[in-house]
Design a protein around this ligand. Sequence first.
Ligand code: RFL
Ligand code: PHB
Length: 392
Amino acid sequence: MHVQICIIGAGPAGLMLARLLHLAGVSSVVLESRARAYVETRVRAGLLEQGSVDLMAATGMDERLRREAMVHDGTEYIAGGQLFHVDMWDLIQRRIYIYGQQEVVKDMIAANLAAGVPVIFEAEARKVGGLDTEKPFVEYAHNGAETTVTCDFIAGCDGFHGVSRAALPDAVRRDYARDYPFGWLGILADAAPTLPELIYCQNEERGFALFTMRSPKISRCYLQVAPDESEDNWSDDRIWTELALRLGDHEGVTLSTGAITQKSVTPMRSFVSEPMRHGRLFIAGDAAHIVPPTGAKGMNLAISDVYVLSRAMTEFYKTGATARFDAYTETCLRRVWGAQHFSWWMTSMMHNLPGENAFDRKRQLAELRTVLGSRAGQTLLAENYAGLPMEM
Ligand code: RFL
Ligand code: PHB
């Protein structure tokens, strides 16, 4: 088989890229190691920036999103026992959207398959090669057989644990990483959201909690826990008790509870691998970088990377120009490092760090009060949180 672009991974990055290429008349195949049902039910992110929503609309994939996404003009924060409201719309005239990543993925798979773009499930890429030649290839296993696709370019959209990043030679590759001494226990529950907006909560004694949602009837909540914590240690009662304690008492805020339908622990990591290209291989999204979820940037960065990549590929097929390929790493990394800084900043402001002394704890609270207590501070927070506009 030969295609113009072989895309590895049917996450938000790979599927958005396939769609953008199809609309520009460029052929691709998407190889996904997991089954369709698995990727369509994998519970992960939930927050889309305006730029990501605009791209879903521009590619004709927003029909359900427009109906079902919850549109938020602001966000709530709790720090030092005090509730702060950040009105993003008033401050920066931008908003955010709550729509589960698995819904985004479902819509993207449906659009690609309907357009005849091949998305091959249970097809695991084992090897990429020929990166310095004009005919790179991907070897993959599917239905018990080994198959090779040749292509003009490979897009490694295979997430943090994929095979593409490892194909960048050690001599050219540099990794930057930071692990955090905590993780998030995330739950889904049949419970209306506690407030209509997200609540980011820093509790001096007990640590971080986040109250978000998936629909008017489904809550998604997160608790800061030890990085090696097992969800098995957390009974439903223990989770609700801890969420209530971290939330604290505030007028008009009552924790909404219900049956917990899913729970899992995620470690927190910041990671960037540079460059994002070697020869005819381009890596995008979590394959190239990871952010801690506090800033809600991962899925949005995956989408903005492939937007940049699709423009480079489209221009190449139209005019033969390669300037955008050469600029790919730098164009993406400007946005990526901005999001890295913001995610690290939100994470370090909001979590209790094990071993932190009393001075550090007081300073952290003062920082939160400085940011949340001033219009200038709130504006900086809102600009980064809502995401800088993508050039369209
Ligand atoms: P994905 O989604 O991991 O997709 C990669 C796909 O590649 C497949 N794959 C392979 N396929 C073929 N051959 C191989 N050898 C393969 N190896 C892997 C995998 O099965 C998979 O389907 O990467 P992508 O597309 O770059 O998208 C990145 C996002 O998924 C990720 O950044 C976000 O989920 C991060 N994230 C959040 N991002 C946001 O923008 N907003 C949020 O609110 C947000 N919250 C979160 C999050 C991530 C979380 N967890 C669980 C890590 C909350 C959490 C708890
Ligand atoms: C989510 O809805 O899952 C979510 C929202 C905001 C975050 C992280 C996760 O910062």
